[in-house]
Design a protein around this ligand. Structure first.
Ligand code: ZN
Length: 213
């Protein structure tokens, strides 16, 4: 998955650095105001005010940078966790463009696109909606529905265990689950027959699979 940051993110970092630069200017003025205007009780007072304003602004700038860095890092991790493979076609050729409070995801294979809402406070992924179905119309029934990240993770996981289906969504889940278990049972039986599993292991695994049905 490729992740890109939109220019808005760089601008917000630049503003934070601007704030830090401003604190430097205030500090500079606090030193030179006495040199330029002479040491009077008034200029000494002004110098102190400028100095402390500079200190406060400096820390505000640092906190903002760290906060924004945390938000964008969280957002990037969330996006990678959910969309590292396309929920519709399982391709890992996906691209994310992060902006402030949102992200756009595009599958470079099937052309599906998502718009994601990101918390501006924590950077956590709130909801994602499909804004463009795949080229072969997969996911059309999900178009423009805001869904939590768990929904898309689940869909991606199901997508990996199936190869061909035009359906997505709830009706599909049960079917895919059943087919999946059937394939696993088959595989398990093969392993047992080849002698790679003991009878005990075979029965145990089989029981676990059947519980999922
Ligand atoms: Zn795709």
């Amino acid at each position: 998955m490729q992740v890109e940051k939109a220019s808005g993110i760089y601008i917000s970092y630049a503003l934070d650095f601007g704030i830090i630069l401003l604190s430097g200017i205030l500090y500079y003025l606090s030193i030179h105001i006495i040199d330029v205007l002479g040491a009077t009780p008034e200029t000494v007072h002004q110098s102190r005010v400028l100095f402390w304003a500079g200190v406060v602004i400096f820390f505000v700038g640092v906190v903002l940078i760290l906060w924004e860095w945390t938000i964008y890092t969280n957002a990037e991790n969330e996006v990678k966790a959910v969309f590292s493979t396309c929920p519709l076609c399982s391709s890992s050729d996906t691209k994310a463009t992060l902006s402030i409070n949102k992200a756009e995801i595009e599958c470079l294979d099937c052309g599906a696109q998502w718009m994601i809402q990101i918390s501006g406070i924590s950077g956590k992924l709130k909801t994602a909606k499909l804004v463009h179905p795949s080229k072969d119309s997969k996911g059309r029934e999900l178009l423009n529905l805001e869904k939590p990240k768990e929904f898309w993770i689940k869909l991606a996981r199901e997508g990996k265990s199936k190869t061909s289906s035009q359906e997505t969504g709830v009706t599909h889940e049960v079917k895919s689950g059943g087919e999946d278990i059937e394939a696993k049972l088959q595989k398990l039986k093969e392993l047992y027959e080849k002698g790679l599993l003991t009878e005990e292991e075979y029965k145990e695994q089989k029981r676990k699979l059947l519980e999922k049905l």
